[in-house]
Design a protein around this ligand. Structure first.
Ligand code: HEC
Length: 156
């Protein structure tokens, strides 16, 4: 059987790919790997550099994770994966089939943190046509903590 000889070659090829880092697969439906390195808290712009990432993580767990993954290489839940969201802009997660016209209509090649903050504060008023059924996060400090967490974790 010739296939016996192919296995070491395949293993060597995949080791090489791993060693190169990034670009392990070009499959179009997979969420892309990080386009930029994850920033540290200090590297975030104000006011996010004063945030609590722990508080943001807890908020994400309580209020967002039922509908969203944020970690690399996880796919979509009811909502699109948020991994890489800031690098691709609204309505552009690869393979997410059911974006509303409202989210797509936001446009742009990056997710703007100010726009995101306004949306999360009052989703229904800011973007009435969205499919995201979330009541809103009225506390400004909580929004800062959550968005800072998104800015770091979506790039890991
Ligand atoms: C009940 C499910 C649900 C919850 C809870 C939820 N989302 Fe969503 N989210 C969605 C859906 C569905 C969409 C797609 C909306 C659309 O296309 O109108 C979405 C879209 C988004 C987008 C746009 C993504 C993109 O690719 O442009 C962001 C950002 C987002 N949500 C962040 C959050 C955050 C942060 C929280 C927690 C505070 C949260 N969501 C809570 C379901 C949810």
């Amino acid at each position: 059987m010739r296939t016996d000889y192919m296995i070491p070659a395949l293993m060597a090829a995949s080791l090489l790919l791993t060693a190169c880092g990034g670009a392990v697969s070009d499959a179009p439906d997979e969420p892309a790997g990080p386009a930029v390195p994850a920033p540290t808290l200090d590297e975030l712009p104000a006011p996010y550099n004063a945030a609590s990432l722990e508080a943001g993580q807890a908020l994400f767990g309580n209020k967002c994770s039922a509908c969203h993954y944020i970690d690399n290489r996880k796919d979509h839940k009811v909502g699109p994966t948020l991994h890489g969201m800031f690098e691709r802009g609204p309505g552009k997660a690869p393979g997410y089939p059911t974006y509303s016209a409202a989210v797509k209509g936001l446009g742009g090649d990056t997710w703007d943190t100010a726009v995101l903050g306004q949306w999360l504060a009052n989703p229904r008023a800011f973007l009435p046509g969205s499919n995201m059924f979330f009541n809103g996060l009225t506390d400004e400090t909580q929004r800062r903590d959550l968005i800072a967490y998104l800015m770091v974790q979506s790039r890991k």
